[in-house]
Ligand binder design. Structure first.
Ligand SMILES: [Zn+2]
Ligand SMILES: [Zn+2]
Length: 606
C-alpha cells in the first residue's frame, strides 16, 4: 500500500514535470530530425543559427524535483544572473547593518554580505565535475523561429530584432540556440553541434550560417576546435562583437585585480565612470557610503566579490571561457589548483588551447571556403570594475583586441600617432587603407582585415538597438552580395554606433497622431519630423548625433500633442559633486564618524 502510494506520487511528479516543461518548450523532448521546410533544402537561403550572448537565453529556476518555480504573480523565476528574494535579503542584512551602524564597525555585515551574495547567485555554482545545477532549466527552441511559439519569438526577437526589418530570409530558416551562460562549456559545444545537425535535417540544407554574438563566440571557437569536420557544414559565419579572447573584466576578476578594492577609486570616480548611473545619483551614493567607516565598506565589498568569484564564477567553465588567454595561466593557478577543482581545470585547460588555436582555426575555415565576417565596436571605455579598465580600447564589455581578432587601436579618446604606418599583419593588398578616418583603428592588424566592420562609439550591450548592424547582419545572412568591406559602399569598413530603436518607436507613434486639433504649423512639423526619421532609418551610414536629434524632435511633437510627458531634466549634480569632492579632499575616504575625531584632532593641533 505504502509503495503504491509512493509510486503514484512519483508518477504524478513526473507528469507535473513533463507538463510544466512542455509548456515552455524545455522538455527532454527529442529533437525532431524530419524535414519541415517546403524548399526541402533546394532554396537560395541558408538556414541561420543565432548563438546568443551572455544572459540572452531564458533560464528558469526549478526546485529539487525539476518543477519550475513561480513568483507570486505566477511567472517563472529567472535564474540569470541572480535570484534575489527581497524578504530574505532584508532578513540577512538588516540586523548586521544596524549593528554595524551603531558600533561603526563590521558587526557581522561582511559575513551577511557573503550570505546574501550566495543566496542570490549560489544556484549558478557548478559541481566538482564542472556540471551546473539541475535546478537551472534552459528554455530551448528545437524548431525554427517560424515554428517557435509566441513566447519564444518574443524572447528571440527581443534580443535580435530581425523582425523589424524587411527580411528576405524566411523565418523557417532562422534558429536560436539557447543556452545557460553559467553552464558547462564542453557540453554546450556538443549541444551546438547536435543543434546544427538538427537544423540541417529540419531544413533539408547541407550547410548553415552561424551568427555568434559576444559569449556565443566562445561556443563557436569550441565548435571549430572540437569538431573540425564541421567546416563542411558551414556556409558563413557572422561574428558580432565576439568574445573570442574573453573579456578583461573576467581576466581582472579572476586575478583579483579589482578597481573597487581601492578605496580612493571607490569614493572618487568609480560610480560616475561606471556608465550606468547619472552623476547626481552616483555622487549621492558616493557621499552616502560614508555612513560607515571606509574599512567596513571595503570589508563588505571584498567579502561580496570573493564569494561571487571564488564560490560561484570560478566553478563555471562557461565563465572561464571569458577569461583572456593572457590572464588564464595565473588565474587557473589561483583558483583551480586544489584537487576538488582538478576536473574543472582539465576542462578549462582544453579551452585555453582552443583560445590559442582560435586564429588558426578561423583561417582554416576561410581556406576551406567558409565566409567569415566580424563586427567590432570601439571607443566606449570598459566598465570600470577591473583594475585594467582604462588601459585599452573597448566596447564597454569587451576589449577590442578580443572582438576584432587582434586589430590595433589607440585607446578611447586618443588617436594613433601622426607618423603611424599600418601594420599590414594580415592584409597583403598595398592599396588598402585600413586606418579608420578617426585614426583610432588599424584594421590591418586584425585577422580578417577585409571582412571586419567597425562601429565607432557603439556600446556592446546596446548592439541590438543599432539598425545599421542589424541590416548589415541580415544582408550577410540573406545573400552573398558582400564579399568584403569594399563590396557595398553603403556598408563601409568604418561606420558609427547609433541607437535608433526609439526613433522607430516614436516615429510610429507620431504617424498615428490625430491631427484634428492641430494647427497647420504643428501638422507641418509632425510631417517633417516623420520624414526626417524615415530618412535617417533609410541610411546605413551617418554622423554621430543624428539619431539623438531625430529622437528629440519626435519627442517634442509627442509632448506638444499631449501624448507624452516632457522628459524630466537631469538633476543638477553640482551640489553632490562639490560635497563629495570636498569630503574626499578634506577627509579622504573616511566615514562620517571618523571625520568628527579628525576634526577634533585638528582643532586641538591649532
Ligand atoms: Zn531552403
Ligand atoms: Zn586589406
Amino acid at each position: 500500500m505504502k509503495n503504491s502510494l509512493k509510486k503514484a506520487i512519483s508518477v504524478l511528479l513526473c507528469l507535473m514535470m513533463v507538463l510544466t516543461m512542455g509548456v515552455i518548450g524545455v522538455s527532454a523532448e527529442e529533437a525532431d530530425f524530419s524535414v519541415r521546410t517546403d524548399c526541402n533544402g533546394e532554396c537560395e537561403f541558408y538556414p541561420t543559427i543565432i548563438v546568443p550572448g551572455l544572459g540572452q537565453s531564458n533560464t528558469w529556476l526549478a526546485d529539487e524535483n525539476g518543477v519550475l518555480l513561480t513568483d507570486d504573480a505566477g511567472n517563472y523565476i529567472t535564474s540569470f544572473p541572480a535570484y534575489v528574494q527581497t524578504d530574505k535579503l532584508i532578513k540577512t542584512l538588516a540586523l548586521p547593518a544596524l549593528k554595524s551602524l551603531f558600533t561603526q564597525s563590521d558587526a557581522g555585515l561582511s559575513e551577511a554580505a557573503k550570505q546574501a551574495v550566495w543566496d542570490a547567485f549560489g544556484h549558478q555554482a557548478c559541481d566538482e565535475n564542472a556540471m551546473p545545477s539541475d535546478r537551472i532549466v534552459t528554455e530551448k527552441y528545437l524548431q525554427s523561429t517560424a515554428d517557435t511559439p509566441d513566447f519564444g519569438q518574443t524572447e528571440v526577437f527581443g534580443h535580435v530584432p530581425f523582425n523589424l526589418y524587411d527580411t528576405k530570409q524566411p523565418f523557417d530558416h532562422m534558429y536560436y540556440f539557447a543556452y545557460s551562460s553559467f553552464g558547462n562549456h564542453l557540453q554546450l559545444v556538443d549541444e551546438l553541434y547536435e543543434f546544427i545537425q538538427m537544423v540541417k535535417a529540419q531544413t533539408g540544407h547541407d550547410k548553415v550560417n552561424l551568427v555568434p554574438l559576444s559569449q556565443g563566440g566562445t561556443l563557436f571557437s569550441g565548435l571549430i576546435e572540437y569538431y573540425p569536420e564541421v567546416v563542411n557544414e558551414l556556409h558563413k559565419i557572422i561574428l558580432v562583437v565576439p568574445a573570442l579572447d574573453g573579456s578583461t573584466i573576467i581576466g581582472d576578476a579572476f586575478n583579483g585585480r579589482f578597481s573597487i578594492d581601492d578605496p580612493d577609486f571607490l569614493y572618487n570616480g568609480f560610480l560616475e565612470n561606471l556608465g550606468l548611473l547619472d552623476e547626481f545619483t552616483a555622487r549621492l551614493i558616493e557621499v552616502a557610503l560614508r555612513i560607515l567607516p571606509d574599512e567596513v565598506i571595503m570589508k563588505v565589498v571584498n567579502a561580496a566579490l570573493s564569494t561571487l568569484v571564488e564560490d560561484v564564477m570560478t566553478t563555471s567553465t562557461n565563465m572561464w571561457v571569458l577569461c583572456p588567454s593572457a590572464d588564464y595561466p595565473t588565474a587557473a593557478e589561483k583558483y583551480l589548483s586544489t584537487p576538488e577543482r582538478a576536473e574543472i581545470r582539465r576542462q578549462t585547460d582544453i579551452y585555453y588551447q582552443t583560445q590559442l588555436h582560435a586564429k588558426d582555426n578561423i583561417l582554416n575555415l576561410v581556406e576551406n571556403g567558409v565566409q567569415v565576417f566580424c563586427f567590432c565596436e570601439y571607443n566606449t571605455p570598459m566598465i570600470d570594475v577591473g583594475a585594467t579598465w582604462n588601459t585599452q580600447n573597448a566596447d564597454f564589455i569587451i576589449q577590442t583586441d578580443s572582438t576584432s581578432m587582434g586589430a590595433y587601436f589607440a585607446n578611447c579618446g586618443e588617436t594613433l600617432p601622426e607618423d603611424y604606418v599600418q601594420k599590414n599583419t594580415y592584409c597583403s593588398d598595398p592599396t588598402h587603407n585600413h586606418i579608420s578616418p578617426d585614426r583610432v583603428v588599424d584594421a590591418s592588424a586584425g585577422l580578417l582585415p577585409d571582412q571586419t566592420f567597425y562601429f565607432d562609439g557603439q556600446r556592446h550591450d546596446l548592439t541590438a538597438l543599432n539598425d545599421i548592424i542589424l541590416k548589415l547582419a541580415l544582408n550577410l545572412i540573406e545573400c552573398d552580395d558582400i564579399k568584403d568591406v569594399y563590396s557595398l559602399p553603403e556598408f563601409p569598413q568604418f561606420n558609427i554606433g547609433r541607437i535608433t530603436s526609439n526613433v522607430r518607436i516614436y516615429m510610429n507613434q507620431v504617424k498615428e497622431l490625430d491631427t484634428a486639433g492641430m494647427s497647420a504649423a504643428e501638422i507641418a512639423e509632425k510631417d517633417a519630423a516623420v520624414a526626417e526619421a524615415e530618412a535617417l532609418l533609410d541610411t546605413t551610414t551617418g554622423e554621430h548625433g543624428e539619431a539623438e536629434a531625430c529622437e528629440a524632435r519626435l519627442i517634442d511633437v509627442l509632448v506638444r500633442a499631449g501624448e507624452m510627458e516632457a522628459p524630466a531634466a537631469e538633476k543638477d549634480p553640482t551640489m553632490f559633486r562639490k560635497l563629495s569632492l570636498w569630503l574626499y579632499e578634506n577627509y579622504g575616504t573616511n566615514g562620517f564618524s571618523e571625520m568628527y575625531s579628525m576634526t577634533a584632532k585638528n582643532m586641538f593641533k591649532k
